[in-house]
Every structure is written in C-alpha cells, then in structure tokens.
Design a protein around this ligand. Structure first.
Ligand SMILES: [Fe+2]
Ligand SMILES: [Fe+2]
Length: 222
C-alpha cells in the first residue's frame, strides 16, 4: 500500500475535516468511508494517492454553503485553497476540481475523468444499514412532519430512481470489490420488505435514543 504525504494529511485533518462537524448523514463517518473506498481504488488502479485522498476529503466540504449545488461549492473550497499548491501541479488540481464537480450520484452522464469516476463510485452507500441511517436523517430534515411510512416511501423511491436503464445501480469503474458490494446491496435493496425492516429498525432506534431531536435541532444536513 502506497503511503500518502503525511503533512498533507495533517493539513486536511486540521482544516477540512472540521467542516463536517455539524453534519450527520455527511459527517466524518461518511467521509471516512469514502476515503477508504477511494484509497482502495487508488491502490487497485495505481492512482496518485495524495490526489485520491484529497478529492475524497474535499468532495462534500461545500455542503454548509449550498446543499443543492454542493459539488460546485466543494470545488471552490479546493481551488481557493492555496496550501494545496504546495503538493499538486495545476494540471493535477484541474483533474481534482473536475472530479469533485462530477461526484454526485444523481448525475447521469459519465464523469469527465477517471478520478471523477472513482469518487462517484466511492461515494455510493452499498450498505443498506448505512444508507438507511443517512437517508432517514436527511428525510427528517426535509419533512419533519412525516411518519415512518412516509419517510420510507420517500427514501425508497429516491434510491430506485438511481437504477440505470439496465435495472442496476450504476458503477462507472469495474473494481471487483465494489461490483460485488453493489450486487449484494442491489439484491437486498430491491427486496422492498427487507429494506423496509432495516429502515424501521433505524427509525425505532433514533426516535428513542435522542438522535431524532438532534437531527432536527442540531445537525445541519439537508
Ligand atoms: Fe456529495
Ligand atoms: Fe459524499
């Protein structure tokens, strides 16, 4: 496993990670998962590990500014960050900027470069428990008056709109670990009764342990 630049990592930990402090669905659990996936792809495809790490770390950093256009806000944070010029050439920063702009799962067209394909694939939650946790919290923010049934239907139909014309959840890359994870996730998720049980378990947990109120009153995700 190639090691990244320690100084760069330290800079990102101290200056970028705090931007995720007040987020739940997009907090550090999400960011660390995306970093982990991205580093696996960097190893598999022999990518530049510092570029991969930085893209994953910055990809949602603009959420606090504008949720709907956060890929552009995150890009701005990257390109305005003078510290990064110590570590990357203009060409590398250009690739990273494009990758962040192209990361969203709702995007139907192929990202413009391979790092963009990798960050987009790394950002997917092919883990039904994790997806339930992230999605329910976002739905609560948008629709605070919904009951469980309404949240579930809202979340489920949102994810099903992401199926591609072959009836599959899209992946741009072909890394076997991600492909296997996607296939397993797809099988579980498309069993709607099973998916609903997983979401219900999460709902029952967060409505009892105080998380529900914290999502409404403290966290800033939308
Ligand atoms: Fe995002
Ligand atoms: Fe993300």
């Amino acid at each position: 496993m190639k090691r990244g630049n320690k100084e760069l990592k330290k800079y990102i930990e101290e200056n970028i990670f705090p931007k995720y402090d007040k987020f739940y669905a997009h907090g550090m659990i999400h960011i660390n998962n995306v970093i982990e996936n991205m580093m696996m792809l960097a190893e598999y495809y022999d990518l530049n590990v510092d570029m991969a790490y930085t893209i994953a770390s910055y990809h949602d950093s603009g959420l606090g500014i504008d949720r709907e256009n956060h890929e552009y806000e995150s890009r701005k944070i990257l390109i305005n960050d003078k510290e990064l010029k110590k570590y990357f050439s203009d060409e590398q920063l250009d690739i990273m900027r494009e990758a962040i702009e192209d990361h969203r799962g709702s995007r139907k067209t192929r990202p413009r470069n391979f790092y963009g394909e990798c960050i987009s694939d790394s950002d997917r939650d092919f883990d039904i428990e994790l997806l339930a946790k992230r999605q329910i919290s976002t739905s609560i923010k948008h629709y605070p008056n919904y009951n469980f049934e309404e949240h579930f239907e809202n979340c489920y139909s949102y994810i099903c709109r992401r199926l591609n014309d072959k009836g599959k959840f899209n992946l741009w890359t072909n890394n076997p670990i991600l492909v296997e994870r996607r296939d397993k996730f797809q099988e579980d998720y498309l069993n709607k009764e099973y998916a609903k049980l997983v979401y219900e378990k999460e709902w029952n947990k967060i409505t009892k342990d105080g998380t529900y109120e914290k999502i409404l009153n403290y966290y800033e995700d939308y």
